[in-house]
Design a protein around this ligand. Sequence first.
Ligand code: PBG
Length: 326
Amino acid sequence: MAFGDFHRGRRLRRTAFLRDMVRETELRPDDLIQGYFVVDTPDADFEKPLGSMPGQSQLSVEKLVARAGAAMDMGLRSVIVFGLPEKKDPAGSGAYADDGIVQRAVMRLKETYPQLAVVTDVCLCEYTSHGHCGLLDGHGEVNNDATLELLAKTAVSHARAGADIIAPSDMMDGRVAAIRAALDDAGFSHIPIMSYAVKYASAFYGPFREAAESAPAFGDRRGYQMDPANVREGLREAAADLEEGADILMVKPAMPYLDVVRLLRDSFDTPIAAYQVSGEYAMLQAAIANGWLDEKRAILESLTGIKRAGADMIITYFAEKVLPWL
Ligand code: PBG
């Protein structure tokens, strides 16, 4: 090989124009779903900043509506809302109350912004006094089949409130089928299910449990969420959820599981979602606050990486922040 007779990759990187022309992955506002925490409180002005999630707060319904509206002015199209009920009980009844906090927040959001796509998280952990994602069986274990009916009730109550997409995150077996059947029976056959199909028992949910006040009172979630070491099992979970009627498959968390995102993208034709969770947000924000990472570049690179791995949509607490940059 003569000198100079080699691949000159730099040719297409030399100017901004050339780099823009050959860029393979592009983040769009439509890809991003912003997560919010809404609190059941009589104080319409309630807003409590979250120590471990700088920039995010627990919000009253009215504050949530205002904040989502400001983000929509920047191009936000979609949100996912997590509720903090006034009271918790062993059966998590706040999750499926017609006047529950998420139901009321969704109603207010949809009446104010009919064009906003509202996703709801279906799970009991924020509503149970013990903090587990379902009903306990008396031996400290979550009773799978008894929980399904409550999840289905929760999903229907969200759809009735106006939710556009139902996203079950509980990791009970058979919940997609139970929710699909209940939605169809209630006249919501047009409402899609975004299943948290491959959800790991992750340390990166730490800040969320502060934000949503949903840490389990005893034990952990390893009896129902997946082992971080496994990937074939994730494929099996995804296939099962598809058979049960999931329309969109989600991988969660995102950054430590980009291989799983790619595998699902290559294995299925359905849209794939990835969830950049609270711990990923906290980690980036902490390094940014210390001046160790450049805010704009680090956040955009993290989201671009998730999209490049194969995610069609990304749930992230950074959506509001990045919209003006896109
Ligand atoms: C509810 C739920 C959790 C998250 C989303 N939905 C917590 C958990 O499973 O422990 C975590 C999201 C985040 O960390 O941002 N089950």
